[in-house]
Write a protein that binds this ligand. Structure first.
Ligand code: PEP
Length: 251
């Protein structure tokens, strides 16, 4: 049985003071989520990771939004795995479409990062999804299949057990344009089928999330889909009231 997962992606939002306030307000929500067998988390900016970890419930997942695959070196502006581990941060978003679009995050680079995270017993949340042009051209499964195969290249069945995959159609992120639940289910199932082809039955243990303009009023419909195990939420995870409504609507 796969546990539901609700993960907020704060992107480049919130100062540390704002992140701390949210972390304190989120404490009862994390308890409520735990009682209902739901994993709850947020991905703040690097500068707020420590304060959120310190002030949120210990049951709250605190995820970074990116990491470098090398342990140290001449990589100005980057953060390494040991730096995250020092603050007990063991989840990281990999390959978010904004990083793919603006920071040259290729499938190959994602693969190096995912392998480094797994070697360090950390949880990668691997984001995949097609652009509007690719969707319109009917290439969704070609693109997503390639992202999954190349991003997870050389991993073993044991490696992928902790992995989370998030299917996020790029045309739906931050746009208010929702993918239908049929599309979400179809592509999340497709992701699971590719995982099954690559890694066998362990694919049934891997959580596949949907992301893209998920809001309190539509989250329940997405999570009712058989192969959608949770949601990666940007805009609607920023305010505590909306974040609470997201959780309440999937209890
Ligand atoms: C995201 O940032 O991963 C995301 C899905 O954003 P939004 O919910 O705002 O579309």
């Amino acid at each position: 049985m796969r546990r539901k997962l609700l993960l907020g992606n704060w992107k480049m939002n919130k100062t540390s003071a704002e992140a701390k306030e949210f972390a304190l307000q989120s404490r009862p929500l994390a308890e409520k989520a735990k009682l209902n067998n739901i994993d709850l988390g947020v991905a703040p900016t690097n500068l707020s990771l420590a304060t959120v970890k310190e002030n949120a419930s210990k049951d709250m997942i605190v995820s970074a939004q990116n990491v470098h695959f090398k342990e140290s070196g001449a990589f100005t502006g980057e953060v390494s795995i040991p730096m995250l581990k020092e603050f007990n941060i063991d989840w990281v978003l990999i390959g978010h479409s904004e990083r793919r679009a603006y920071d040259n995050e290729t499938n190959e680079k994602c693969n190096l990062k995912i392998k480094a995270l797994i070697a360090n017993d950390m949880v990668p949340v691997y984001c995949v999804g097609e652009t509007l042009d690719e969707f319109d051209a009917g290439k969704t499964k070609d693109v997503v299949g390639k992202q999954v195969r190349e991003g997870l290249k050389d991993l073993t069945k044991d490696d992928v057990k902790k992995l989370v995959v998030a299917y996020e159609p790029v045309w739906s992120i931050g746009t208010g344009k929702n993918a239908s639940t049929d599309i979400a289910q179809d592509v999340c199932k497709f992701v699971r089928d590719v995982l099954k082809e690559l890694f066998g039955e362990v694919a049934d243990e891997i959580r596949v999330l949907y992301g893209g303009s998920v809001k309190p009023d539509n989250i329940k419909a997405y999570l009712s889909c058989k192969d959608v195990d949770g949601a990666l939420v940007g805009g609607a995870s920023l305010k505590i009231d909306s974040y609470e409504a997201l959780l309440n609507n999937i209890l």
